[in-house]
Design a protein around this ligand. Structure first.
Ligand code: XMP
Length: 546
């Protein structure tokens, strides 16, 4: 499979470069700047990302360009462009003022392969403190803005380009075209990385990898584990057994609905109602970390007990050797922190009994979230499963302050259901940059008037990262209903926009929508007499209240 290597110098937009390349139906790998893979016959081009550093910082990340220069086409973005220019004999200096935000390309070499199809005046997004003030010998300027003369360059007669702007961000209006020119026309991508080809190849590989073995998979109702399950079941059918544990703190009707969905998809699922165990063990516990520990421990106990049953029922010609997980690419990308140390995040179901000696099977490990969704659609999965917001493993337990009881969960489920249904039903029209941002984030446009970026219609639900209700069960306040005085709990609504949950902003929901939800909750949910909206961003707040 042809691939583009993206060397990561620590920019916040590196993953975005990866997603844009995948949107061009081309496979790519994001690697730390100092881990260029030698001897990989599938590489067709190299991209150097931006960086929080200046090329002059003593700690700046440096790479030996000779590892790939002359072997593959190279595109340096922002720091990547400055680094190549600086290293190869040009000059980079602090810009008189930070060059940040939208600019327009006032001069473009339209004959250059990187700028094929560009329009004069095309908008680009700059974000740098340094700027190139002289190019290395034999390099030529191929685009400028009013203030940035060397906005883009090429080494003459050599497939090496640099752009000081960020083609990967949606504010660069022809950024995707620039990346297409590089990846397809210059590097020669066959563009054969698609959801359909992924499904076909992966199902074949899984058949080979798994042979006649049995596989266990923990389902959460979320998109990643569900897509992984459907994919594996396409390969090995009933030899995949899925375990879906109901800890009693899922959303209203979620367990039954998701089980129905799984049945329709032909999955072999054991739905385990373990809610009484969880509620018993959580009784009277108020400390958030302790609640989490109990839920984590109980979950492993229940999951392992079921896994052991499957393990013990294996036959001699079909052994249970695998634990499958819906790990996706962003969970595994070795991300650089500011000190240059690699932080490797890897999530895993801890505590599986050693004696089962299971190997990990992670069929989605190369996919970004939007690709997982495309694969889900390719597999014919229902849209509501595919576009579901992330939901925390401990469920509504992290949205009830204080101790947890089935009654409190019930109140919260009712309020949450009204809020989430409302978000799904409320449609908004978007155009211009807002529409482009939503489209670029891979939001499914179910009700689009047309698929262009002119004007699109999306639900509030599809516009936001995550939403939920928090029950402030430790607080009571006075209200009045009819002629009666009430003394009940407030709930807080939380809706955030985010791309990765590391940072988040509160969603600016329309007032008429909030008014309607507030009315519905107070009129229909017994035990709640006040609705607040959480307007804290992360950091310093978090998404969940706990
Ligand atoms: P916070 O509250 O830290 O949450 O801003 C960040 C994201 O992680 C989700 N979350 C969890 N997901 N198991 C999960 O699978 C958990 O224990 C857990 N705790 C928080 C949270 O919903 C948000 O998307």
């Amino acid at each position: 499979m042809q691939k583009i290597i993206i060397l990561d110098f620590g920019s916040q937009t590196t993953q975005l470069i990866g997603r844009r390349i995948r949107e061009l139906d081309t496979f790519c790998e994001i690697l730390p700047y100092n881990k260029f893979p030698q001897d990989d016959p599938d590489i067709i081009g190299v991209i150097l990302s931006g960086s929080p550093y200046s090329v002059y910082d003593p700690e700046a990340f440096r790479v030996d360009l000779s590892q790939f220069r002359g072997r593959y086409p190279i595109l340096g973005i922002c720091y990547g462009a400055q680094y190549m220019s600086h290293t190869l004999g040009g000059r980079v200096e602090p810009a008189p003022s930070r060059e940040y935000g939208r600019q327009n390309l006032t001069s473009i070499d339209l004959n250059n392969p990187l700028f094929q199809g560009f329009e004069m005046g095309s908008q680009v997004w700059m974000s740098h403190g340094d700027t190139i003030t002289a190019l290395p010998e034999g390099f030529k300027t191929i685009a400028s803005t009013e203030t940035v003369h060397y906005a883009a360059y090429q080494a003459e007669g050599e497939p090496l380009w640099g752009v000081q702007f960020h083609p990967e961000v949606f504010h660069s209006s022809q950024g995707s075209l620039l990346l297409k020119n590089f990846v397809v026309d210059i590097c020669g991508s066959h563009q054969d990385w698609s959801a359909a080809s992924f499904v076909e190849t992966t199902v074949n590989e899984l058949r080979q990898q798994l042979g006649n073995d049995r596989v266990i998979l923990g389902l959460s109702g979320g998109v990643d584990s569900s897509v992984a399950a459907v994919l594996i079941s396409r390969a090995i059918g009933d030899r995949l057994t899925c375990i879906f544990v109901d800890h009693g703190m899922l959303r209203k009707n979620e367990f039954t609905q998701v089980m129905e969905d799984y049945k329709v998809l032909g999955l072999n699922v054991l739905g385990i109602d373990a809610s009484s165990k969880f509620f018993n063990d959580l009784a009277g516990v108020t400390e958030p970390e302790q609640k989490r520990k109990i839920i984590g421990r109980d979950f492993i106990e229940v999951f392992n007990a079921e896994a052991k049953k499957i393990f013990n029922s294996q036959s001699s010609n079909s052994k249970c050797r695998w634990l499958a997980q819906g790990t996706i690419y962003p969970d595994r990308i070795e991300s650089l922190n500011i000190t240059g140390k690699v932080i490797k995040s890897h999530h895993n179901v801890g505590g599986l009994p050693k004696e089962m000696n299971l190997q990990l099977c992670e069929p989605l490990k190369w996919l970004f979230k939007d690709e997982v969704r495309r694969v889900g659609r390719q597999l014919g999965m229902p849209e509501h499963l595919i576009t579901r917001h992330p939901f925390p493993g401990p469920g509504l337990a992290v949205r009830i302050l204080g101790d947890i009881t089935p009654e409190k969960v019930h109140i919260l489920q009712e309020a949450d259901d009204i809020f989430i249904r409302g978000l799904r039903e409320y449609k908004v029209k978007l155009s211009g940059d807002e529409a482009r941002r939503v489209l670029a984030a891979g939001v499914p446009i179910q009700q689009a008037n047309n698929s262009s970026t002119e004007e699109i219609e999306v639900s509030l639900y599809d516009q936001i990262w995550q939403a939920g209700v928090i029950l402030l069960s430790a607080v009571r306040s006075v209200g009045v209903m009819g002629d009666e005085r009430t003394y009940e709990h407030p709930v807080a609504l939380r809706a955030v926009t985010s791309t990765d949950a590391m940072t988040a902003d509160w969603a600016h929901l329309p007032y008429d929508f909030m008014a309607r939800v507030s009315n519905d909750i107070i009129n229909h949910v017994r035990g709640v007499n006040r609705v607040c909206y959480d307007i804290s961003s992360k950091p310093p707040a978090t998404i969940e209240w706990e």
